[in-house]
Design a protein around this ligand. Structure first.
Ligand code: ADP
Length: 643
């Protein structure tokens, strides 16, 4: 017997790269034509071409690409081509109604016949879609696993000519994943049902989050047969990552919103109360901000999510309950007003920014106090192993905040990846790369702190050590006669925050250790000695509190592969096209981005297309969109140019 992992062959390509087309074979040319005609895209994103190729060879395929990597296209393009080739309908299993709805809206806007089966339909519509699938009149049909595997679902499926099963959000099948759904488990039997009627049907599994353990589990549970594995790099080059000191978050957020009045985005908070308060504060400043958290009524929650997706609310202020099922591609920022509990969650949440490939900004507002708050909650847990695990995750998160090196490199390392060697450890899209911090000599203060740790016997947490340093006369200090120590009061010239920052830095540099249990005792390390003896100098980055915004973030957009340089865009025309898009979307009851993405509008506002031929050359315009929207957009552009 072999393990599932052995069958996986991997196709490697540089992270974030776009697929290049040097000499094209006729097959490749035909694929590109189909991509343009049906989806309006000019070229494949990294991995898409190989994935589509493997799918068209009728293999099982396993796709692991980051959020925004363009996974849907990997089964949608084959679905279009395979129905033309007589293979039938692609059955897509998707966990959430909102996701299905969004995908089907986008497909239909592109003229691809698709439908979903779910409880939002009235029975007539539902039966009609079921019949359409049976008759082979759809390229794709979307449904949830519980519906598919129900007796009624199976009676229906038995009559459908199935080209492929595409299992979206495939990590839901694994208990090791972060979103286990027991209904997914039954999908493993799909090909054996109905006397093996679907045995020859290929399966494609897709996910954005798979540790090797989850990946193996997916392959095994879905019984994938020698699947072609395509795993993309997790770097998101169009996102700028920043950590800024948290001072007055409302003002900090407002400054961004006012400087970028068109940007829509998400602000994550730790608690329901905070969401409500922050949303209310933003509303006071005339920002259309709505809260989203599990404490709201389902109706309110759904209405708020809908308003955000449809561009009627600019900002959603949310707990981590918000996100799954939100496919909005034009999220321009994701802010964290409070410290996230771990890097996985943080990366997933920020990953919701900039799916359309245009620049987007991810800012974490950090204060040392937030760390203590999270620790307080961790210590409410009862299982010591759980406490330790949560504490390690938090420590990792705090190290990310304090790092003076490349943040992307830091995160990639966490996921077992690394930046390409040619990039010299610099992603060039985080604050530390764009605006390297200045360093300050803290040798004297570090020695004072380490001495205080040593003199108090290495038996206390930081709070106590800092109290002693700052000369506190509190009961806890005097009771232990720590006010008698030579170190008592030698640090009163600096505030608590300074000492915390120094301590964090020493911990990061392994010059001080902190126990992972609830006591957080600080102790010396072997490396502390030379520093104490004055044989070592140490520097620390000057707090970001006084550092300016990253130079390039301030200048505005960072160019990305998918973007048109800002100075080439006719902004007045762009605004008019945005307005037109909004009107058309409202008429059709779809979110504005379903009509065209910002990238397409920016290109129109730069190139001023005058006729059909020029219009279809715009990235994002396919055959159907040319017919459906071309006349209105061309007219608006002509009016603008002739005015
Ligand atoms: P994922 O599911 O991996 O998060 P999606 O399938 O939702 O990503 O795609 C993200 C965005 O990228 C969508 O707006 C989609 O239209 C766009 N996209 C996908 N493939 C391409 C491509 N080849 N060229 C341009 N845009 C693309």
């Amino acid at each position: 017997m072999s393990t599932p992992g052995e069958h996986l062959h991997e196709s490697a390509s540089p992270p974030g790269a776009t697929f290049e087309h040097p000499e094209l074979t006729s097959d490749a040319r035909a694929l590109l034509d189909a991509l343009k005609q049906s989806f309006g895209h000019e070229r494949f994103r990294a991995m898409q071409a190989e994935i589509v190729g493997d799918a068209l060879d009728r293999r099982d395929v396993f796709v692991i690409l980051p959020t925004g990597g363009g996974k849907s296209l990997c089964y949608q393009l084959p679905a279009v081509l395979e129905r033309q080739r007589g293979h039938g309908v692609t059955v897509v299993v998707s966990p959430l109604i909102a996701l299905m709805q969004n995908q089907v809206d986008v497909l239909r806007a592109n003229g691809v016949p698709a439908a979903f089966l779910n409880s939002t339909l009235d029975l007539d519509e539902l039966y009609q879609h079921e019949r359409d699938a049976i008759a082979g009149n759809l390229d794709l049909v979307y449904l949830a696993p519980e519906r598919l595997m129900s007796p009624a679902g199976q009676r229906w499926l038995a009559q459908v000519p199935v080209a492929r099963f595409a299992i979206d959000e495939a990590h839901c099948i694994s208990e090791w994943g972060h979103d286990f759904r027991p209904e997914y488990r039954m999908l493993g039997e799909l090909r054996e049902l109905h006397n093996g009627r679907f045995r020859g049907v290929p399966v494609m599994a897709l996910t954005a989050t798979a540790t090797p353990r989850v990946a193996d589990d997916i392959v095994r549970q879905l019984a994938l047969r020698e699947p072609a594995l395509h795993r993309g790099g997790f770097e998101r080059e169009n996102l700028t990552y920043e950590v800024r000191p948290k001072q007055r978050v409302v003002e900090q957020v407002l400054a961004h919103l006012q400087a970028h009045p068109d940007d829509e985005g998400i602000i994550y908070c730790q608690s329901r109360n905070r969401c409500e308060q922050l949303a209310a504060r933003l509303q006071e400043h005339n920002i259309d901000a709505l809260p989203y958290h599990a404490g709201l009524d389902k109706d309110v929650r759904e209405a708020n999510q809908h308003a955000f997706i449809f561009g009627q609310a600019r900002v959603v202020v949310a707990t981590i309950a918000f996100g799954m099922g939100v496919d909005k591609p034009d999220v321009r920022f994701v802010f964290h007003a409070d410290l996230p509990k771990n890097i996985e969650g943080y990366y997933q949440e920020t990953g919701r920014a900039g799916r359309d490939g245009l620049p987007a900004r991810c800012v974490l507002f950090y204060s040392g106090g937030d760390r203590s708050k999270v620790e307080f909650f961790i210590n409410q847990k009862t299982d010591p192993a759980e406490i330790e695990h949560a504490q390690q995750q938090l420590d990792e998160m705090v190290r990310y905040c304090h790092t003076t090196g490349c943040r992307t490199a830091h995160v990639l390392e966490h996921f077992g990846e690394s930046l390409d060697a040619s990039r010299d450890g610099q992603c060039q899209h985080c604050d530390n790369c764009l605006n390297p911090p200045t360093l300050r000599d803290i040798t004297t203060d570090a020695r004072k702190l380490l001495s205080a740790v040593a003199r108090t016997g290495q038996r206390f947490g930081l709070t106590h050590v800092i109290d002693v340093l700052r000369g506190s006369a509190s009961q806890r200090v005097t009771a232990r006669q720590h006010d008698q120590l030579s170190v008592h009061g030698i640090g009163k010239d600096h505030p608590v925050g300074h000492w915390r920052a120094v301590a964090e830095h020493l911990i990061k540099e392994d010059l001080l250790a902190q126990s992972p249990d609830e006591f957080r005792t600080v102790t010396l390390t072997p490396a502390s000695k030379p520093l104490l003896r004055g044989e070592l100098k140490i520097e620390m980055p000057v707090s970001r509190a006084v550092s300016p915004e990253p130079e390039r973030a301030r200048r505005g957009r960072r160019p990305t592969a998918a973007d048109i340089p800002d100075d080439q865009v006719d902004h007045a025309l762009f605004e008019k096209l945005r307005q037109l898009r909004k009107e058309l979307a409202e008429d059709q009851g779809v979110p504005p981005y379903v009509v065209f993405g910002d990238a397409a509008l920016r290109q129109m506002a730069a190139q001023h297309p005058r006729n059909d031929e020029q219009f279809i050359a715009i990235s994002g315009v396919g055959r159907t969109k040319l017919e459906r929207y071309g006349p209105a957009f061309l007219q608006r552009i002509r009016e603008h140019d002739d005015a």
